[in-house]
Design a protein around this ligand. Structure first.
Ligand code: NAD
Length: 494
């Protein structure tokens, strides 16, 4: 059976790459090519930007409630096709099917949630310092928004950008990761079916360094919203400095997971498993390092390891699979590199650390727990983004907080304690964009997803995420019958 050939969506048309080049999309479970997408170039990316620029004024003129109807329709279509889309997502990304289903539901919820803002893109009316004047702050669209997304949530990350960008009157060009472009293309196909006007939504596929770079550096782009690694975010920020578009960057994470002796330990154990091994450890809010109170470590760690041993690796389409494969051979090699370095540094691999013997095919990696790790080691300081977790013992809660904050990243954090003073201390002193206290994620739509330090700029989700896609404009309006000149300027009309 030949692999299906997907196309890009530019200015309301489904098109191939000008040069007819393609990129293979590989199923990480079977290692087989399942589809191809166009490998486009700078010129075609520019065409997509021009289409979005052309369509923007008319889209902005539509009242938000009319724009909302297209978003609501997209949400309905995503739910109508949930099963098909979830299977496609699993086939290109490798996450278990039940996780893929909930990702599609999450994508639909983003469209529903932001459609509800149609009547709430509110500005301000303020008293003036001068007589008979009114000051108003409007929230206007920015223009053309470029969305650049990673492979780990190829549906939800796209919806989380497109929905707020569109409801606020911007048009978009979206570029998915070349590992997992199919879910984005299928979402855009449904947006086409939902009737979005020509040019309002465009999707291009190709490399980050060429196509992504054109989208980033072209002066048409008014805002770049990118989710991905801190390294790529930094490059984008550098390259975008030629024309200073607005930036929303959701970057890497290194979530600390603190367990204190007064926690509900059985519950903390379950949460620790979920927080690390969700999506095979490839989630930006995954627990990446555990700090366990010395008072419970001897009980907690063996129990955790027993639970890790029970995790089932296998075909992500099977209902009893806990962990599918990693997304690519390259990502698996990165995780293996971390384990190798840990071995060289004398850390204790308690379980895992290798490719499993079964399944024989696919980019599987054993869930891995490592002990006796040092705070300044690469395992604790760098983002692993795979099913590997280092555990450190700590003797005071303040030290656990200091260790948690000792990171270039600041996205998500987890704390398990029943003591209210410790809870409040964690809420105020742990400098991360999200704290999950006695619970795990995922984040909710009404919460702001933000990063301290090198985990990002701006926000996603919530009304704060919506506001990132608007440009504030202040209007000073005079309604005096006989207007006066401003008081600071001596000119009398001579
Ligand atoms: P990546 O940085 O390699 O790629 C992300 C996207 O950026 C891709 O579409 C890629 O093509 C594009 N890109 C790369 N270089 C570019 C450039 N110079 N110009 C324009 N575009 C460019 O990330 P990835 O491997 O796909 O995803 C994993 C990373 O994403 C992890 O670091 C993870 O923490 C992060 N992530 C963060 C969040 C969050 O909300 N903070 C969510 C999911 C994933």
């Amino acid at each position: 059976m030949s692999a299906k050939r997907y196309q890009m969506f530019i200015d309301g048309e489904w098109v191939d790459s000008r040069k007819e080049e393609t990129i293979d999309v590989v199923n990480p479970t079977t290692e087989r090519v399942i589809a191809s997408v166009p490998k486009t170039d700078r010129e075609q990316a520019k065409t997509a930007l021009e289409a979005a620029e052309e369509a923007q004024p008319k889209w902005e003129d539509l009242p938000p409630i009319r724009r909302a109807s297209f978003l609501s329709k997209t949400a309905q279509l995503l739910l109508r096709d949930k099963e098909r889309l979830a299977r496609l997502l699993t086939s290109e990304q490798g996450k278990p099917l039940y996780e893929a289903r909930s990702e599609i539901e999450g994508a639909a919820s983003n469209f529903e949630y932001y459609a509800e803002f149609a009547r709430r893109i509110e500005g301000d009316v303020l008293p003036s310092d001068n007589p008979r004047q009114t000051v108003m702050i409007l929230k206007l669209p920015i223009g053309v928004v470029v969305s650049i997304t990673p492979w780990n949530f190829p549906s939800a990350t796209v919806a989380r950008k497109l929905a707020p960008a569109l409801i606020t009157g911007n048009t978009v060009v979206t570029k998915p990761s070349s590992n997992t472009p199919l879910s984005t293309i299928e979402m855009v196909r449904l947006m086409d079916e939902a009737g979005f006007p020509k040019g309002v939504v465009n999707a291009v596929t190709g490399s980050g360094s060429e196509v992504g770079d054109e989208l980033v550096t072209n002066k048409i782009t008014g805002l770049i919203t990118m989710t991905g690694s801190t390294e790529a975010g930094r490059t984008i920020m550098n390259h975008a400095s030629n024309h200073l578009p607005k930036l929303v960057l959701e970057l890497g994470g290194k979530a600390p997971f603190i367990v204190w002796h007064d926690a509900d330990i059985p519950w903390a154990l379950k949460c620790a498993i979920w927080a690390r091994f969700w999506n095979c450890g490839q989630t930006c809010i995954c627990s990446e390092r555990m700090y366990v109170d010395e008072k419970v470590k001897d009980k907690f760690v063996p129990a955790f390891v027993r639970m890790v041993k029970d995790l089932r690796l296998g075909n992500p389409l099977e209902p009893d699979t806990d962990l599918g494969p990693m997304v690519s051979r390259k990502e698996r090699e990165t995780s293996m590199g971390f384990v190798q370095r840990a071995k060289e540094e004398g850390d204790k691999i308690i379980i895992g650390g290798d490719k499993p013997s079964r399944p024989a095919k696919g980019w599987f990696f054993e869930p891995t727990v490592i002990e006796d790790v040092k705070q300044d080691s690469s395992l604790v300081q760098d983002e692993i983004f795979g099913p590997v977790v280092p555990i450190l013992e700590v003797d005071s809660f303040d030290k656990a907080i200091d260790f948690a904050n000792d990171s270039k990243y600041g996205l998500a954090s987890y704390v398990f304690t029943k003591d209210s003073t410790r809870v409040l201390k964690a809420m105020n002193r742990i400098k991360f964009g999200e704290s999950y206290i006695n619970q795990v994620g995922p984040e909710q739509l009404q919460g702001a997803h933000t990063g301290f330090r090198q985990s990002g700029l701006g926000a996603e989700g919530s009304r704060y995420g919506l506001e990132c896609y608007t440009q504030l404009k202040t209007c000073y309006v005079d309604w005096n019958d006989k207007p006066n000149l401003p008081y600071l300027f001596p000119y009398k009309g001579r």
